[in-house]
Design a protein around this ligand. Structure first.
Ligand SMILES: [Zn+2]
Ligand SMILES: [Zn+2]
Ligand SMILES: [Zn+2]
Ligand SMILES: [Zn+2]
Ligand SMILES: [Zn+2]
Ligand SMILES: [Zn+2]
Ligand SMILES: [Zn+2]
Length: 1786
């Protein structure tokens, strides 16, 4: 007893009190006390420091933790529960629970990484989400939904009727009508409980709040000071986002003298909880650690925060957290208690503002550490946010505190997730709420009179939404925007934002500030359906604040063209664009709000206009305007040049006005209330000025005029057009030009445009034009580009009408047009289309509504993805000058469309599509098309094209002009069609183009066109010109028809002449077209046939390609398949075998192209090969890896837990050529390593290289050896008995000799030496030195890889490993062929065939490189396993041996014995056959011993066959030896079936082995899969087809052997359950089953916790696809040391599960990860696809994902074929330039 006592901890001082303490008594004492708080505090003051935090917390044991937990519950919490309930807590709580009305809200709080679902059809906004359980029970699972993984925090919105347009309740949360939800739950509780609840909750909550916000390290609040205060302190370390893990770990090791491991654990906890004590002791001791930490971390940045805190303070804080959790648990039992807690929390002191406990918590949020915040946020979610009524009250408090919270948050350096401000998503997005109800609640609420409801004035109750209420009451919109503007303090002199000299710290703050925009978005996310005057006022106030913000952005980051010198420093531009991008949705939402109310829209328009004029005030005035005149028109404009003056891309005020202007048109406000609009104040030239400058800037950048301004400008231009920004940038600028042009004289508009493009002079006078043509080439080219850009701009201004409000279209048409033009480039995947479309605030593009009407879906194959293809009927809507095309898109689309038209046999003209009609407000835009200035421009360009010699024009210029002409003609045509008479068509373009040009000496535009039609240099444009002329004729005819009555005679003269000419032309054209079509059809047919052929014969084709390659190697080798076709019964083993040795092998070196015969004495030829460890066939992944130094590999266990696989690409080289090549690779690698770090795809140090021909990963070479000799038919074939006798004699002699050699003496008599057997004979090495050297090379590679040891040529295990890789490779290939149902022979690709044959022949000769006695010893030991030998010890039992390995080893090692036999009497072939027979019998026994025991009842009408009888006989013999260990089986049929199936893989592997060993052609039956295999196999192996005869015929000889096998103690032990029993046939390994629905995996992973850091969530849960283990990847917590290096969980797992190779699924990323060794890895597409046939790597899109079985099988096949390492090699080779990933850390 005494001894045991000392082992235990000293008895706790508390023990006595522990036992005497009564919670019940304490509670009743408290109840009687006058001042409850005082009593409770006194209790806590005494007990808390004595229970919690009693020592260093780093080494706290779980027992210690349990003790703490228990003491807390018994001494601290239990009295509180007694006090609250007035009875035994368990009973009391159960009673409460009975009456509990659970919240209708699900409120499930999301863990990090948990899947969340949002319905794209029914969710009020994308922040409304469901948990998995609710989702599966909801109607939305059949809708279009989005799936994402939660970042943690936030909760399930199930049950919140306001979050869902439809189906707000899942099955579980559908409200039951048991109690009126309006009723006050507190009224359901007994009054005394209510009273006690109030007092206890307020005491405890106040205690917790005080403690968590407590800032003194050494003092405690009044009443909590401990009775005795020792000198015990903690050194507390806090986290920040400035220091890295590495810095913290390093510092801690120094400061507190801990191990690396402890430091990592400290750092992990600090990161997770926000603080952690790193030292415990007296004040001095802790202070010392603190100073070291501060000193060490203050060098680069501000030091880590460290505080030395008294242990009692830490203890109370610790208990405060426990108390909060306790509150959270207690209120789960009763909604009444929950309501009470809400009231207590929000109860404010009479006069002070923000004095409630919740306020205090919120306002001190940024001061608390992460762990504390998490716990109180959790409590807020469980209490206030679960109570519909208090959610609102809390929201108001929250909005009130908003500004201060945000300010604190800005200064705080924690992530937003843990900040209380992240709650805004829960609060601001509640769209509708009956405030009447809210009001009622207040009125009826009689529990707390003091509760401050005075804040809520009457007005707010008329507003129907919480967000709206906050907007009106708390002016939330304005508050947010003001807070935002205040926090962006960097301004220039004009008050605009200026972000240059942008430091990292500022960037961090700026990131913070952006979260405000998110809140603004929540506020605006749902548009009001009804407006109150208050809402209008507040919204407009907010709008005004927003305009102030935009004004600060207008003109940001101006640029000036750099001439001469290149800019010195790239100016900052990203911040401004980030801001623009973030605001894009806000701007769109504000416009949407405006569009719902006329009064708001008009007011907003006014405000915006006045803001704009404010901005315009800075435009240069006072300067002399310049006057321009052209084509008889005159206009005045600014003196301004983009190429010389400042210009800015940021014009948000202009653009907002453009947006509002379109709304005026769309809502028809403009036509209904023209008098209310300040349209008179608009100055169109001013409106267009800034957007035009911006567009000219883009044109000049394209023209190369801004090259010296560097990349920042290029980037800005890129984003200006990019889909993320263009809606509120480029698009709006075009609209503003349309606005201006529709209000101006079109001639004036165009002249200003010409002037801004700095092209006016070129078109205004012929002189200039001439001079311009003669100017230097660069200028000409520049101007040409500018003219093209200008023409394009005009096309856009008149042609871009797909904006609702500009043209008469709907949003639907807009999206459809975008898609149509994307698909005109090429067929695209869903995600590509989504990326090309702008998203709205709800992340929707509208794609799904439209896509099926324009495109058809093509499903993906095993690779690639599903594609959408444009339906042909939409081709006619293609517009070459679609404004969202980049130049590259445009030319690709043009090419694709022309090709398509040619294929369809149409002409290649790409005329403009019919534009939709304009809205009235924009109606006058069409006049641009027929105005004089444009006609002059068109005339000029056409004129240049007629005289092409000048070089001052381009084809694209012409093409654009033709397009403009086409648009004008379409316009006229359409107007004519829609008109009733000729009179009301004011548009008369055809008439105008027949007038001769004014300035030019030449004819009219029409005449110019006609003369261009047949110009030989304009062949490309011929079709479009023809189209134009036809249009002109059509229009003329139409006009004539309408006016035919009066002008019949005029047209008659021309008519017939024209038609004859037309007819002629048409006929010629038709013929030419027919001829072309015929040609094309033939071509297409041919290519189709070819394609078809290739597809049909893919396998063949691939093989023939490979063969083509291999033909270099195997040119002269006759195919073994074709030899000896006449021989009916081919035999591959034994004296009757047919050899192939006479064939000469001629091969060609891929490096020097020289031909060479394979000979043992010749120059060595080698085959590039890759040797790797493999666990693909393993039946036991739990087996520990063998100890490298002492592992004896001679007997392979049948679980095949670790094998060595060899593969080759089949490419042959001279050994010397290869050596030179490899040396060069090594040298290159050395040089490379000096230059860069990181890894290549291959590891030269480990001998890896890439095949010089096919770049296949290799790490060694196999020497090619000649065929084995044909059997010597002169020697006779001894029977088994005779052979065994001779062999036994030979072995005995050898044994004796070995003994004598090692011990010096040998006991006993020397055994008789068989005739001709010479022990001391040294066989001559049959190989040249060069071949021998290569034999050693390959031997060492296998040895090195197989055992992971350094090369050692003397090691006796060297030959064993070579035999092992030979056997294992054959076995794995046999499995593959079997599972893929391919024939055993003839279906392997050449390279595998070559590899196996070289490998086998090599294995049979490799013993020549090892000492002879080594091989002899091996053979002796191997044979002893079959034929027990008293001299050999430690022979494994028959169930512990893989017999195929045994066969290969014995056959290959026998050669060395045979070499000593000089008698010439027995052949090596007879020995092989006998060995095969013996091993086969052993296998039969093995199969029978392990055959399944359940007996299947089968009708056995027919008599037992001979096979069945013999099987039963053998089985009974076994039972005789083993007794009851073997079950009784009566069904011979069943047994025989087992045997046949079990033995087959062995026979197939043996056939492959002997085929390659002896080069014997396989029989025809084995070249096809299917029946008849068994007999063919047996005869090929020279076995009776009734295998049992093997045993039967040698009964007397074999019976004792079987007896010995069975009597091995291992057999009995094995069968009685001493380990994994391997049954035959071994089932092939597959990758684990994956669920069909990806979210199941996500869910699994989200509940997975890191196995090392106490129940923590893992950041990167990763699934092993081989064994199904879930791992905590890419994290410090789960790093493991492997060979002296820390590696991540995945890499570590590969060493136990896959011998260094692994396949994983990274669940959060939806990515497959391949890892090989420590340095190599790659990502691979996952087998999960969405409905559009695409993977979602990174899980960014959120479409539901489903398993694609074919793709998964493909990955599996890759693994089973041992192809993973090669895939990794190729991937790394392809991505060398990318940043190297440290794969070992995953
Ligand atoms: Zn839920
Ligand atoms: Zn639910
Ligand atoms: Zn739905
Ligand atoms: Zn060569
Ligand atoms: Zn190769
Ligand atoms: Zn695994
Ligand atoms: Zn972990």
């Amino acid at each position: 007893m005494a001894a045991a006592q000392s082992d235990r901890d000293p008895p706790s001082a508390l023990c006595a009190e522990f036992l005497n303490f009564s919670a019940k008594d304490t509670a009743s004492r408290w109840l009687a006390a006058a001042n409850l708080q005082q009593e409770v505090y006194a209790h806590l003051a005494v007990y808390v420091p004595r229970i919690l935090c009693l020592g260093p917390s780093g080494s706290i044991s779980s027992r210690e933790e349990q003790r703490e937990e228990l003491a807390c519950q018994l001494l601290l919490l239990a009295p509180l529960e007694w006090l609250l309930l007035g009875e035994e807590p368990a009973t009391g709580l159960a009673l409460l629970q009975e009456k509990n009305q659970p919240s209708p809200l699900c409120g499930h709080v999301f863990k990090v990484g948990e899947p969340t679902y949002s319905c794209r059809e029914c969710a009020a906004d994308p922040t409304c989400v469901l948990c998995m359980q609710c989702f599966l029970g909801s109607v939305h699972k059949d809708h279009r939904y989005r799936m994402t993984t939660s970042g943690g925090g936030g909760f399930c919105d199930c049950g919140d009727a306001e979050a869902w347009k439809k189906g707000p309740y899942c099955q579980k949360h559908t409200p039951t009508e048991t109690r009126d939800t309006e009723e006050d739950p507190v009224a359901q509780l007994p009054p005394d409980l209510v009273a006690r609840g109030y007092s206890i909750f307020s005491i405890i909550l106040k205690y917790a709040v005080d403690m968590l916000t407590w800032e003194q390290d050494d003092q405690l609040p009044a009443g909590l000071e401990p009775p005795e205060k020792g000198d015990t302190y903690y050194c507390m370390l806090f986290n920040d986002e400035v220091h890295t893990y590495e810095q913290v770990i390093y510092t801690l090791q120094k400061a507190v003298n801990c191990s690396q491991k402890e430091a990592v654990s400290f750092a992990t906890t600090v990161d997770r909880d926000g603080r952690k004590s790193v030292r415990y002791g007296d004040f001095q001791f802790c202070e010392q650690a603190k100073s070291v930490i501060v000193r060490n971390t203050s060098r680069q940045s501000k030091p880590l925060r460290v505080e030395v805190m008294h242990s009692s303070v830490v203890a109370h804080q610790c208990f405060a957290l426990k108390a909060l959790s306790w509150l959270g648990q207690v209120i789960q039992y009763s909604d009444g208690l929950r309501r009470i807690l809400c009231q207590v929390g929000l109860q404010a002191a009479a006069e002070a503002e923000n004095s409630s406990l919740v306020d205090q918590l919120m306002l001190n949020d940024s001061k608390m550490w992460k762990g504390a915040r998490n716990i109180y946020h959790q409590l807020l979610m469980n209490s206030l946010l679960m109570d519909l009524k208090y959610k609102k009250i809390f929201a108001i408090q929250f909005a009130k505190n908003y500004r201060r919270l945000q300010t604190d948050f800005m200064e705080d350096d924690h992530e937003r997730v843990v900040s209380v401000t992240s709650l805004s998503v829960q609060l601001f997005t509640v769209p509708t709420m009956s405030y009447e109800r809210l009001q009622c609640d207040y009125v009826r609420d009689d529990h707390d009179r003091e509760f401050s409801i005075t804040d809520l004035s009457v007005q707010i109750f008329t507003v129907p939404s919480l967000a709206r209420m906050l907007m009106v009451e708390e002016n939330l919109m304005k508050t947010i925007i003001k807070t935002f503007v205040d926090h962006l303090r960097h301004r220039d002199l004009q008050g605009r934002f200026q972000f240059d000299r942008y430091t990292a710290q500022q960037a961090f703050k700026f990131g913070r500030v952006q979260s405000l925009i998110g809140d603004l978005k929540y506020v605006l996310i749902s548009r009001p359906s009804e407006w109150s005057d208050q809402l209008r006022i507040k919204f407009l106030e907010g709008f005004e604040a927003f305009l102030e913000l935009l004004k600060c952005m207008q003109g940001m980051d101006p640029v000036v063209r750099q001439v001469g010198q290149h800019i010195e420093m790239e100016p900052e531009w990203e911040a401004a664009f980030t801001l623009q991008m973030k605001l894009t949705h806000i701007i769109s939402m504000i416009q949407e709000w405006c569009s719902t109310d006329e009064r708001v829209l008009i007011e907003a328009y006014r405000k915006c206009l006045s803001a704009l004029s404010h901005c315009h005030s800075s435009l240069p005035d006072g300067e002399q305007p310049i006057s321009l005149s052209l084509a008889g028109h005159c206009v005045e404009t600014f003196r301004y040049q983009v190429s010389q003056d400042k210009v800015s891309i940021h014009l948000p005020v202009c653009r907002l006005l453009a947006g509002l202007h379109v709304l005026l048109s769309r809502t028809e406000v403009a036509s209904r209330f023209p008098e209310q609009l300040p349209l008179g104040e608009l100055s169109p030239p001013l409106l267009i000025e800034l957007p035009l400058r911006c567009l000219v800037l883009c044109a000049q950048v394209h023209a190369g005029m801004w090259r010296r301004n560097g990349f920042s400008l290029i980037n800005q231009i890129y984003y200006y057009h990019n889909v993320k920004c263009r809606v509120e940038m480029f698009d709006k600028d075009v609209i503003m030009l349309q606005v201006g042009a529709s209000m101006m004289d079109p001639n004036h508009f165009l002249m200003i445009v010409l002037s801004r493009f700095e092209l006016f002079h070129i078109f205004s006078s012929a002189d200039c034009r001439k001079r311009y043509r003669e100017a230097n080439k660069d200028v000409v080219q520049q101007n040409n580009t500018l003219i093209e850009e200008m023409l394009h701009l005009i096309i856009m201004v008149v042609g871009e009408r797909y904006v609702s409000g500009v043209g008469q279209v709907e949003a639907f048409d807009e999206v459809r047009r975008e898609i149509l033009h994307q698909l005109s480039i090429r067929p695209m995947a869903h995600s590509e289309l989504v990326k090309a479309l702008p998203e709205n605030g709800n992340k929707e593009t509208g794609l799904e509504r439209v896509i099926d009407s324009v495109a058809s879906f093509k499903k993906p194959g095993v690779t690639g993805r599903g594609l959408y293809e444009l339906r042909p009927e939409w081709n006619k809507h293609f517009n070459l000058y679609f404004h969202h095309y980049s130049r590259a898109d445009q030319s690709k689309a043009e090419e694709a469309q022309r090709k398509l038209r040619r294929q369809n046999g149409e002409d290649t003209a790409l005329p403009p599509p019919l534009p939709p009609p304009l809205c009235p407000l924009f109606g006058s835009l069409v006049n641009l098309l027929q105005c004089d200035v444009l006609l002059a421009v068109e005339g000029a360009v056409l004129q240049w094209a007629v005289e092409p010699s000048g070089g001052g024009w381009t084809e694209s210029m012409l093409q654009r002009v033709l397009h403009l002409v086409g648009v004008a003609l379409l316009e006229e045509h359409q107007q004519l069609e829609n008109s009733s008479g000729d009179d009301d068509v004011t548009f008369n373009y055809t008439c105008k183009i027949t007038r001769p040009g004014e300035a030019s000496t030449s004819g009219s535009v029409l005449a110019l066109l006609e003369s261009l039609q047949n110009a030989p240099h304009l062949e490309v444009h011929k079709d479009i010109i023809t189209w134009i002329l036809k249009m002109v004729t059509n229009i003329k005819t139409m006009r004539e028809r309408t006016s035919s009555a009066s002008t019949v005679t005029i047209s008659q003269g021309q008519g017939p002449e024209e038609t004859v000419r037309d007819k002629d032309k048409a006929e010629r054209k038709r013929k030419a077209e027919m001829a072309r079509l015929r040609r094309e059809k033939i071509m297409a047919q041919m290519s189709e046939m070819q394609k078809h052929f290739i597809n049909e014969n893919k396998e063949l084709f691939q093989q023939s390609l490979e063969e083509l390659e291999a033909s270099t190697s195997a040119a002269a080798e006759h195919s073994p398949l074709s030899s000896d076709p006449s021989c009916v019964s081919q035999v591959c083993v034994g004296p009757r075998r047919v050899g192939g040795a006479e064939r000469r092998q001629l091969v060609t070196c891929i490096l020097c192209q020289e031909e060479q015969e394979v000979r043992g004495h010749g120059r060595a030829m080698v085959l590039a090969a890759f040797v790797q460890r493999s666990t693909v066939l393993s039946k036991n992944r739990r087996r520990n890896l063998p100890d490298q130094e002492h592992h004896d590999p001679l007997f392979m266990h049948p679980d095949l837990s670790l094998g060595i696989h060899t593969a080759s690409c089949g490419h042959i080289m001279h050994a010397t050529c290869w050596q030179r090549y490899f040396e060069a690779v090594q040298l290159k690698e050395q040089r490379r390593q000096q230059r860069l770090r990181g890894h290549t795809s291959y590891d030269v140090e480990n001998g890896e290289f890439l095949c010089p021909l096919c770049e296949c990963l290799s790490n060694t070479v196999i020497p090619l050896l000649p065929h084995t000799h044909s059997p010597d038919r002169s020697v006779d074939h001894p029977n088994l008995e005779a052979w065994l006798k001779t062999t036994n004699q030979q072995l005995a002699v050898l044994h004796f000799a070995h003994k004598k050699q090692s011990d010096g003496v040998a006991e006993g008599a020397e055994p008789a030496v068989p005739e001709g057997f010479r022990v001391d004979f040294t066989p001559q090495n049959p190989f040249s030195s060069s071949v021998s050297e290569m034999i050693t090379t390959f031997s060492m590679s296998t040895y090195k890889v197989g055992l992971k040891v350094n090369p050692n040529e003397q090691d006796h295990r060297v030959p064993v490993l070579i035999w092992s890789t030979c056997a294992y490779t054959i076995q794995s290939i046999e499995r593959l062929l079997m599972d893929e149902e391919k024939p055993l022979f003839g279906s392997l690709p050449c390279r595998q065939d070559d590899c196996l044959s070289s490998l086998t022949r090599f294995s049979s000769s490799c013993w020549t490189a090892a000492p002879v006695t080594t091989t002899h010893t091996h053979f002796i030991r191997l044979l002893a396993a079959l034929v027990p030998d008293s001299q050999v010890e430690n022979t494994p039992c028959i169930l512990d041996i893989d017999v195929f390995h045994l066969l290969v080893y014995t056959v290959l090692s026998y050669n060395s014995i045979h070499s000593l036999d000089q008698s010439g009497r027995s052949g090596v072939d007879s020995a092989h056959l006998h060995l095969l027979h013996l091993v086969t019998v052993a296998h039969l026994v093995q199969v029978l011993l392990t055959s399944t025991t359940e007996e299947v009842c089968m009708d056995q009408d027919s008599l037992a066959t001979e096979e069945e009888e013999l099987t039963c006989q053998l089985y009974n013999t076994l039972r005789k030896h083993l007794g009851s260990v073997l079950p009784e089986v009566t069904s011979g049929w069943q047994l025989y079936h087992c045997v046949k199936v079990g033995v087959l893989p062995f026979l197939r592997a043996a056939a492959l082995f002997f085929h390659y060993l002896n080069s014997t052609a396989p029989p025809a039956d084995l070249l096809v899969a299917g029946p008849g295999q068994w007999e063919a196999l047996c005869s090929y192996l020279s076995l009776p087809s009734n295998l049992l005869q093997l045993y039967q015929s040698q009964h007397t000889l074999l019976e004792p052997l079987i007896h010995r096998w069975c009597c091995h103690p291992g057999v009995r032990q094995n069968l009685q359950g001493g380990g994994v029993i391997v049954r035959f046939p071994r089932e092939s390994n597959r990758l684990i089953e994956l669920p069909e629905d990806y979210s199941v995996l996500i869910n699994q992973a989200s509940s997975f916790t890191c196995p090392r850091s106490g129940g923590d969530k893992s950041r990167a849960p990763t699934l092993c696809l081989v064994c199904g283990s879930m791992l905590c990847s890419q994290s410090y917590c789960c790093q493991t040391e492997v060979d002296g290096e820390d590696v991540g969980a995945c890499t570590a797992h590969t060493f136990t599960c896959g011998a260094g190779l692994g396949l994983f699924l990274r669940v959060r990323e939806s990515q497959v990860l391949f890892i090989a060794g420590k340095t190599k890895g790659c990502f691979y597409p996952p087998p999960y696809l969405d409905d559009y046939g695409e993977t979602d790597q990174g899980l960014k899109r959120g479409n539901p994902l489903h398993l694609c079985a074919e793709r998964y099988r493909k990955i599996e096949r890759l693994w089973r074929q041992h192809g993973i390492a090669e895939v990794i090699g190729h991937a790394q080779e392809a991505n060398q330039t990318l940043v190297a990933i440290d794969w070992q850390h995953l």
